[in-house]
Design a protein around this ligand. Structure first.
Ligand code: AMZ
Length: 446
């Protein structure tokens, strides 16, 4: 999913893991950059073991994403995209890029631009309105690059860094990521939407179009009943392409036969989706052991959704979160507040909020909350339960079940601007039926 460049052999991408060769190359490039005078807080090379611990640690921090720049496949630079913490509502619109570096031996070939472009693309897709970064004044090449990419230099810290007894100034930059109409100037809201000040603190919600798979085809059920399925396409790969072309940034895939059987069933269909998707894919349904989770994560699935095991085997969820940080999501499906499992055929005596807290404790990256009685019914989300869960946990919550109109999305958008932590929404039938157009949906959620 990384971006290429006009020069062959140069590319940048988000790294979700690092193999031995990658780690070795990354450590070398960092040490070379430190020796070359900057990009990092370190002033002396740190050696392999310190850097190795540092980079492995990044994957454990939910707010941080590592991006690497590659020349002919080898890592020669990196940067991190850092999201504001959940407690920082006032700055929820701004992401920060830090520890940007390109090794001295790979400079002057345009790789820095490729790396920043990839980070901008990701920050934009996540709905951020500004990207900030700062740099030592001695980094002339980086400063020229940021200026050429229309970063605005808004300030200078005269006491930015102390290097070999000399005080070095630091330059602070900011770049706008979204359209002018949603931005503030000089501390005041400059533009208005529908006569009201633009909501600056709430970020765009991510829309996850659903691809539910039954017997190899893309279907939608009503209230999760397998014998009440509407078939929308028998070509899951084409459906994945269509949703990517419509502008969605993620796909939500459920292996329905898998959820009932307790093991993956629509394997070929999921593989078709992965092969055709240009955006990350999350997959749930039938994932009940580490081997199954690992094999899908290796096969190109970005995040897996665990439903039944969240209730029946929370230790497995904890272990999966430890092994695959950031890539495990809990699917909490409730019938009138009580969590259901096994394709929703069984209802437990556990409350959704209790399970949410347990899953947060296990380390999940997000929680998808579905009210089963609304799923596929087009009558609107259960906003009360969704908001209650988002207020109870501190991991992001994705709403699901019942979207049938743009008004339903607008209502969620309003709740999300008052209750922090609602990150996105899953839409199925209403998109397939054409009740909601992708462009309108994305506009309402932005
Ligand atoms: O519609 C259903 N009957 C259904 C469904 N959509 N049953 C399960 N699921 C989804 C859950 C979750 O994403 O919403 O399957 C996933 C959970 O599967 P499992 O196998 O982990 O319980």
């Amino acid at each position: 999913m990384g971006s290429g460049s006009i020069t062959p052999g140069l590319m940048a991408e988000r790294a979700e893991m690092l193999d031995e060769d990658d780690l070795q190359a990354l450590c070398e490039s960092v040490d070379a950059s430190i020796l070359g005078g900057g990009g990092f807080g370190w002033v002396k090379p740190q050696g392999r073991s310190v850097l190795e611990r540092y980079f492995r640690g990044i994957f454990l921090v939910p707010e941080r994403m590592l991006f690497v720049a590659r020349q002919d496949g080898n890592i020669v630079g990196s940067a991190q995209l850092v999201r504001p913490s959940r407690s920082n509502e006032a700055q929820a619109m701004t992401a920060n890029a830090m520890q940007f570096h390109i090794a001295p031996y790979a400079r002057g070939i345009g790789l820095g631009r490729v790396l920043i472009e990839e980070i901008l693309k990701c920050a934009r897709a996540m709905g951020y309105q500004f990207l900030t970064l700062d740099v030592r004044e001695t980094q002339g090449g980086a400063i020229a690059l940021f200026r050429s990419m229309e970063f605005e230099h808004w300030g200078t810290n005269p006491y930015y860094a102390l290097v070999e007894g000399r005080m070095v100034r630091g330059l602070y930059f900011v770049k706008r990521l979204q359209e002018q109409s949603r931005l503030v100037q000089n501390g005041a809201v400059s533009e208005f939407e529908n006569g009201k000040p633009a909501d600056m603190t709430a970020r765009a919600l991510t829309l996850y179009p659903a691809i539910d798979l039954k017997d190899g085809a893309c279907v939608r059920l009503r209230r999760g009943e397998m014998d009440d399925a509407t078939v929308y396409s028998d070509d899951p790969g084409a459906q994945a392409r269509a949703w990517c072309e419509a502008g969605f940034n993620w796909l939500h895939v459920v292996d329905l036969n898998g959820a009932f059987a307790g093991r993956s069933a629509n394997t070929d269909a999921v593989k078709q989706i992965v092969a055709n998707a240009k955006v990350p894919v999350q997959l749930g349904g039938g994932l009940r052991d580490l081997a199954g989770i690992e094999s899908w994560l290796e096969a190109g699935i970005s995040r897996v959704i665990l439903g039944s095991v969240a209730v029946k085997n929370p230790e497995l969820v904890r272990e999966a979160c430890r092994l695959f940080p950031g890539r495990i999501v809990a699917g909490i499906d409730a019938r009138m507040g009580f969590v259901a499992t096994e394709g929703w055929a069984e209802v437990s005596d556990m409350q959704a909020t209790d399970l949410g807290l347990r899953m947060q404790d296990a380390g999940v990256a997000a929680i998808i909350f579905t009210e089963i009685s609304r799923d596929g019914m087009l009558e609107g989300l259960d906003l009360n339960q969704t908001a209650e869960l988002a207020q109870t946990v501190s991991v992001p919550v994705i709403a699901s079940g019942g979207v049938g109109s743009l008004d339903h999305l607008a209502a969620l958008r309003r709740v999300a601007s008052q209750v922090s932590g609602i990150e996105g929404v899953i839409v199925g039938r209403a998109l397939y039926d054409g009740r909601i157009s992708p462009a309108d949906a994305l506009r309402v959620l932005s």
